[in-house]
Design a protein. Structure first.
Length: 280
């Protein structure tokens, strides 16, 4: 392939995807709507790479080489032209993702368009693309540079060639991959969210503290992070949006607890706001 990947969105996930792609040897073009957002994303990448240098996992020269493979650009057409793979990492809004699918595939019909969505239908996103067979889900996990899983989601019209390209890129990035069909919540969001929502209900009912609920899963089931701390890391607003979507698709098991709705309404969004189930 061309060894050029375009990443749309320089937030936590977009920056993480950019980092692992550049580390894998790809030339990466990073785009966002404002220069400040791109700068913040580049700052996250530099911080992560510097920590790797301090731990002896990278040399200073290797850090420089990775950073040199990242090209921040503000013109979306310039970003996607010539890229064989475009990965979007924008907020979980169907209209926004469809708009990007249309814009990208019109600007570069030869590009595979991959969505980092954690719950929205890949088949529905693909309806806006020039060629729906070239649309796929590539769901990474936060923090991307530490979490090895890549959930590849095959839409109703995703071609074998598109799947093969996504798998090759995932392998180059050192990801452990699962392939799932396009169903509400895929595999990971559906399983993870139902545990998270039940943990919130337990917290709401006073069954135990947030810390003890999390320790139950960390020590009893060897989860690396408890469901409430994970919710803080992901963002309570993000989890609420996913829960509302899956509630409409799958029913009562995914109904958002009142405590989640109230905390989001109060601006308690987790780590990014400084307060969620924990103080950050």
């Amino acid at each position: 392939m061309s060894k050029t990947i375009a990443v749309l969105g320089a937030g936590t996930m977009g920056a993480g995807i950019t980092q692992v792609a550049a580390t894998a040897g790809y030339e990466v073009r990073l785009y966002d709507l404002m220069q400040g957002l791109v700068d913040e994303g580049l700052g996250r990448i530099y911080t992560n790479l510097t920590k790797a240098v301090e731990k002896g996992k990278l040399t200073i020269d290797e850090r420089a080489e990775i950073l040199n493979r990242i090209d921040p650009l503000m013109d979306i057409d310039e970003v996607v032209t010539g890229a064989e793979l475009v990965i979007e990492a924008v907020p979980e809004r169907m209209a926004m993702k469809q708009q990007l699918a249309k814009r990208v595939t019109q600007a570069n019909p030869a590009a595979v368009f991959a969505s980092n969505t954690s719950s929205l239908s890949i088949s529905q996103i693909a309806t806006a693309a020039v060629d729906p067979s070239m649309v796929i889900g590539m769901h990474f996990f936060n923090p991307v540079h530490l979490m090895p899983l890549l959930e590849i989601v095959r839409g109703e019209r995703t071609s074998d060639a598109t799947l093969a390209l996504a798998q090759q890129v995932g392998a180059d990035m050192g990801r452990e991959m699962i392939v799932v069909r396009d169903a509400p919540g895929f595999a990971t969001s559906r399983l993870g969210l139902v545990i998270g929502l039940e943990a919130m209900r337990m917290f709401e009912q006073g069954v135990a503290s947030a810390q003890d609920i999390d320790r139950a899963m960390e020590l009893g089931y060897r989860h690396p992070m408890g469901p409430l701390k994970l919710t803080d890391l992901v963002g309570l607003d993000v989890r609420l949006a996913i829960a509302e979507h899956l509630h409409s698709e799958l029913g009562a098991a995914f109904e958002p607890p009142q405590v989640l709705r109230q905390m989001v309404a109060d601006g308690k969004l987790g780590k990014k706001s400084g307060q969620g189930f924990y103080s950050w």
